[in-house]
Write a protein that binds this ligand. Structure first.
Ligand code: GDP
Ligand code: CA
Length: 314
């Protein structure tokens, strides 16, 4: 199969906002997105892939604008009814969203791989972008807290509210997984390799933990990344808490230290311009841009900058 010239590594909401811009400056049929599956889990007996779904719904123009996940205008009647039986129904899945998970679960039970089902769902939403799960194997991220308790990522994030007492991030399942079909080939064949503004540890870090992927990106060492931190804070989510837990500076400089083996260019926000010199000392070129993607014009301009930067550096 013909490989696509632009490849992006992606988590969920931050990535989807960036990709919404990227498809305005790159033909969707030229783009492959390799997506984190470390947050995947069964809810109510159904297989849910939060990051794949967020990207699918966003690129299909169906995503809930207020939160960045789920389907716009979806109702939650099934979940409300389910609470009669399961008081612990804390993970929000809308009625239309549930159809995606029912279909995925049934196809997986029939023996289809996650890569096949992902392609089917993307087709059903009329996406031209190719979405590849980082792996078809189980790769659940586990979070261990200071009190010794363990939770998988969505439990830590949604059920427990992402507290600031993380002891370790356990990627051991991802470290035993095999890259999804075409993942390594896509990285090797790409003309431009981009890293979306996603959680560097539990979205991008998870993808890189799958054996072979880190080596493939290190071998090129020409990726362009967009920092997910602005002014030393994540736009949303627990990147700050998780970076503290692994003793990485909570800033775009800290992101650069995590990416230094494979990223040649990093786009940071204008407000972080003072970090430029320190990041350049790591051997990474820096561009400053507005990176808060409050609308699709900012996403488009940011994506255009990332593409230009990647072409310049290659
Ligand atoms: P999740 O699976 O939804 O947590 O998705 P990601 O890992 O893709 O996104 C989380 C990261 O995206 C967080 O660290 C956010 O700071 C970052 N993010 C979200 N929106 C934006 C944005 O508008 N600009 C930038 N630069 N980062 C963003
Ligand atoms: Ca996620």
């Amino acid at each position: 199969m013909k490989r696509r010239p632009v490849v992006a590594l992606a988590g969920g909401v931050g990535a989807a906002r960036f990709l919404r811009g990227l498809v305005q400056v790159v033909r969707p049929s030229d783009l492959t997105v390799i997506v984190n599956t470390g947050d995947d889990r069964d809810f109510y007996g159904l297989r849910v892939c939060p990051d794949l779904d967020t990207i699918t719904y966003t690129l299909a123009n169906r995503v809930r604008r207020d939160v960045g996940w789920g389907i716009e205008g979806d109702s939650f009647q099934t979940l409300a009814a389910l609470r009669r039986f399961e008081r612990e129904a804390w993970f929000q899945l809308g009625d239309q969203d549930l159809a995606t998970h029912i279909h995925r679960t049934r196809r997986l039970q029939q023996g289809a791989s996650l890569a096949e089902v992902t392609a089917e769902i993307a087709r059903a939403f009329e996406l031209e972008v190719e979405l590849l799960p980082m792996t078809c194997d189980p790769a659940a991220t586990a979070i261990e807290r200071e009190d010794g308790s363990r939770a998988d990522f969505e439990e830590y994030l949604v059920r427990d509210g992402a507290p600031d007492d993380v002891r370790t991030i356990d990627l051991s399942q991802a470290r035993c997984a095999t890259p999804g079909p075409a993942v390594l080939e896509a990285i090797q064949a790409a003309e431009s390799l981009l890293v979306c503004p996603s959680n560097p540890l539990v979205s991008i870090g998870t993808i890189l933990a799958v054996p072979g992927i880190q080596q493939a990106v290190d071998l090129r060492r020409d990726a362009v990344a967009v920092s997910p931190l602005i002014g030393g804070r994540p736009v949303k989510g627990p990147a700050d808490r998780l970076m503290r837990a692994v003793q990485v500076e909570v800033s775009s400089y800290g992101v650069a230290t995590l990416y230094r083996s494979f990223v040649r260019g990093l786009i940071i926000d204008d407000v972080d311009a003072a970090l430029t010199e320190r990041i350049e000392q790591l051997g990474i070129a820096v561009r400053t841009r507005p990176t808060l993607m409050k609308d699709s014009n900012v996403s488009r301009d940011l994506a255009a900058s990332a593409m230009e930067f990647a072409k310049e550096l290659c």
